[in-house]
Every structure is written in structure tokens, then in C-alpha cells.
Write a protein of this length. Structure first.
Length: 275
């Protein structure tokens, strides 16, 4: 009998995760199904779900962590969960977002992250998921900016590296200077409320990365290109890589992400689609 998996989010209809995991399952010879579940009340939706594991996306990653009976080290450090594994004691939570981002940047993009002065836009579930992995990958100073100062300070405190991590207010952006790496972990573009960012943040060696992909990434990537960034990347590669790590946690084998990414990237070039 097939094992059952799902991705929970709100909204979720745009998600490419079912296609990605179907491709991984074919590649690995795993008998499974994987569906998208629209969840406004995540706790209720998860309680009704009888599957073997699940993915969690916006806006439920923090709630997911609170509902877990146990957390892996990555999820504990991040304070958010994007991968659920059913155990005899309840849900075990992990977070593969940071692993996915770093694998995409250092593996697929051949980017050396060491020492890079980095700006993280956002302090919600997406930002929390990737910040520890970026620090572990050797970036230099990490500046965190968010419209809600309390969330910015909370994330900086949770990371526990005051010498490297610097919370700042959104109004400070114009005085922060140029960054080597800018990561957009906000979901503002999804609500057509992408903020105005100073052009001075980018320079000729800046890599700008949006954790969103497709249409949701267009405003940030357009700004980055106009500001003169060396590279402007969307989150499709991260999406595929974090999914592969979740697949490994569920099935004990890490799929080859290259063919899956190539197929989806080819489609996005011609269709401008999104997650």
C-alpha cells in the first residue's frame, strides 16, 4: 500500500511540491502519494490528517513546531518546522529550508558564502528556517531587517551570536551600505505590498536571492536587477533541494535533484510561474 504525504499551507493551490515529490518517488521507486491541503486552521487540518508525513509552508511553520512531540536540531534552532514525520509518540518536526538554500547556493550556483556580508529581509518562518544554516555556512555579519522590530529582535536573540547578528529597523536600510548577499524571506510580494528598497544595498558583486519563486519573486528580482546586483535568483532551487532533504528523512534516500530542477526551471523560463 502507498504511504501518504501532504503539504499544508494557505494559500497552497500554486505549490509545486506535489509535482516535485511525485518525480522523486518515481526516481526512487517509492510507492507514495502526496497532495496539497489548503489549511486555514492548521491544527485542525493536521489532526484530521492520517498520513505518514507532511510538509508545512506559509503561514504555518511556527504553529507546526508547537504541535510537535519532538524536534530535530535544525527545527529546534530555527523555532519553525517545515517537515513532519509521524512517530509512535506523535509528530517529529524538522526544518530542511536552510539545508535547501545552502545546497542550492553552494552546489548548484557554486557560490562561496564564506565571509559574505549578508542582509536578511524578514523575521518570520522563512527567515527563521534559513538563518542558522547561513551562519553555519560561514557568512560574515548577518543583518536582519523586518517591519516588526519585536520579531527582528526575537530572531536575533534566538540565533545567539550577537557578535555576528545585527537586528535593524526597516528605516535603517538606507544607511546599511552594500551587501554581498541579500536574502528576501518576506512574503510581501504575495500581497502586492513589496516594500521600496534602497538601491545602495546592491553592488557589482551582490547576489540577491528570493525564497519565493515564480510570480511572487518578480518584484524583488526586478529591484535587484535594477539596483545592479551581480546575480538575482529565485527560490526554485531551494524549493527542490529542501524537498529532497524532506524526502530523505521520510524514505532514507536522497533523490537526484538535477533533472527535477531542470524541468521546472525550463518551464518557468517560458511560463513565469510560482510557489
Amino acid at each position: 500500500m502507498p504511504k501518504h504525504y501532504a503539504v499544508f499551507g494557505n494559500p497552497i493551490a500554486h505549490s509545486l511540491s506535489p509535482r516535485i515529490h511525485a518525480a522523486f518517488a518515481r526516481q526512487a521507486g517509492v510507492d507514495m502519494d502526496y497532495v496539497a491541503i489548503q489549511a486555514e486552521d492548521f491544527a485542525a487540518a493536521l489532526s484530521a490528517f492520517e498520513g505518514d508525513g507532511a510538509s508545512v509552508t506559509l503561514p504555518h511553520k511556527e504553529v507546526a513546531a508547537a504541535l510537535c512531540a519532538s524536534l530535530g536540531e535544525r527545527a529546534r534552532r530555527a523555532g519553525v518546522v517545515n517537515t513532519l514525520i509521524r512517530t509512535a509518540d506523535g509528530w517529529h518536526g524538522d526544518n530542511t529550508d536552510g539545508d535547501g538554500l545552502v545546497r542550492d547556493l553552494t552546489g548548484r550556483r557554486r557560490l562561496d558564502l564564506r565571509g559574505r556580508r549578508t542582509l536578511l529581509l524578514g523575521a518570520g518562518g522563512g527567515a527563521r528556517g534559513v538563518a542558522p544554516a547561513l551562519l553555519d555556512a560561514g557568512i560574515g555579519d548577518l543583518f536582519i531587517v523586518n517591519r516588526t522590530p519585536g520579531r527582528t529582535d526575537a530572531l536575533a536573540d534566538a540565533l545567539g551570536e550577537p557578535g555576528r547578528v545585527h537586528p535593524r529597523n526597516f528605516e535603517d536600510l538606507g544607511s546599511l551600505g552594500e551587501f554581498d548577499l541579500i536574502v528576501n524571506a518576506t512574503s510581501a510580494a504575495r500581497s502586492t505590498d513589496f516594500p521600496s528598497l534602497p538601491m545602495s544595498l546592491c553592488g557589482p558583486r551582490t547576489t540577491a536571492v528570493d525564497l519565493n519563486y515564480g510570480e511572487a519573486a518578480i518584484p524583488f528580482l526586478a529591484w535587484a536587477r535594477a539596483a545592479g546586483a551581480h546575480e538575482a535568483l529565485d527560490g526554485l532551487g531551494m524549493l527542490v533541494e529542501q524537498a529532497a532533504e524532506s524526502f530523505r528523512l521520510w524514505h532514507g534516500v536522497r533523490p537526484d535533484t538535477g533533472p527535477v530542477y531542470a524541468e521546472l526551471a525550463g518551464e518557468s523560463l517560458s511560463l513565469v510561474s510560482a510557489d
